[in-house]
Design a protein around this ligand. Structure first.
Ligand code: ATP
Ligand code: MG
Length: 285
């Protein structure tokens, strides 16, 4: 509603992981580098962790954009699946028709045949599992079995786990030592620093069409950083509300009072969520 007033083409602080708005902070760049070069080097297992809302899915989307036709990628966004559903999802993404009645054995055989063909053709199949902290023990076991498919010289498939920090503890337990030891690339995405929060906000404003006349004051940024702990999704929520408050005042300078006003409109009185958990709980329900 405020876009027109501020001369913006679109809302700058949407909550969808849109690569158009990608801001390459140090951590996001490093996460992308670890993932991309890990895949190019042919690492079998790669793991990317991070707090809720820190930008994991955003990075997956960017990687999907970066990988060239050498790679055949399956991106599993929601792993609340049965083993057969997982296999069907992966085969579907790879463009493989499911033969026979589609028993688990049919699915596994089809996958192995496809992987062997890729090895012959010099293509690299990759499965990226987002929200991997939700994988059930049965699915983890299924993935372990898939990852054991071998050709003449090397493993036939690369697996990427992306998930919240619990994923790390999860992989360390549950008799998954063997799988855990094979994860050779790990990266944890940390939240943004205060300076990066300022640049992140500016970057999003410019991407949304701002020509530099719409500005967040230093104190506004400082408060947004403190309240969000540098988590991009929380920055977006607070910055969006602060913009709305500035719009109501007819001001192109978003000030600390607008941030406070925004917090109130989120249903939390000032000081009620000094800790990250409060606002995070609000966002994740
Ligand atoms: N580097 C970035 N550049 C631009 N926007 C970002 C960046 N990182 C995160 N965001 C924004 O923050 C919000 C949350 O990002 P994303 O959905 O990728 O987080 P997530 O870590 O996958 O969260 P969850 O744990 O809930 O799955 C999105 O609106 C996204 O656009
Ligand atoms: Mg995500």
């Amino acid at each position: 509603m405020y876009e027109q007033f501020f001369g913006l083409r679109e809302k700058p602080f949407n909550l969808t992981p849109d690569p158009h708005f990608l801001y390459l902070s140090t951590v996001h760049r490093e996460a992308i580098d670890h993932l991309y070069y890990g895949l190019v080097r042919g690492e079998g297992f790669i793991c990317i962790y991070g707090e809720v809302g820190v930008g994991k899915t955003t990075i997956c989307r960017e990687i999907l954009r970066m990988l060239d036709e050498r790679f055949v990628v399956s991106y599993v966004l929601n792993p609340f699946l049965t083993e057969k559903e997982l296999l069907r999802t992966i085969l579907g993404d790879f463009g493989v028709e499911v033969p026979g009645k589609g028993t688990k054995k049919d699915l596994m055989d089809a996958l192995e045949r496809f992987l062997l063909r890729c090895a012959d053709e010099g293509r690299n199949p990759v499965v990226i599992i987002d929200e991997a902290q939700n994988l059930s023990p049965a699915l983890l076991e299924q993935i372990r079995v898939i990852s054991n498919f071998e050709g003449n010289k090397r493993k036939l498939i690369q697996i990427v786990f992306v998930g919240q920090k619990e994923l790390r503890e999860m992989l360390a337990k549950r008799g998954l030592r063997q799988l855990n030891q094979r994860i050779t690339v790990r990266y944890e995405i940390e939240p943004l620093t205060r300076e990066e929060t300022a640049r992140y906000i500016h970057h999003r404003l410019v991407k949304a069409g701002s020509r530099g006349d719409l500005v967040f004051s230093e104190r506004a940024v400082k408060r947004i950083h403190r309240k969000s702990s540098g988590i991009p999704r929380l920055i977006n929520v607070l910055a969006d509300r602060a913009l709305l408050s500035a719009y109501v005042r007819n001001s192109f300078l978003v000030d600390v009072r607008d941030v406070k006003e925004g917090e109130k409109s989120l249903g939390e009185a000032d000081g009620l969520f000094p800790k990250r958990r409060g606002l995070l709980a609000f966002l994740t329900g």
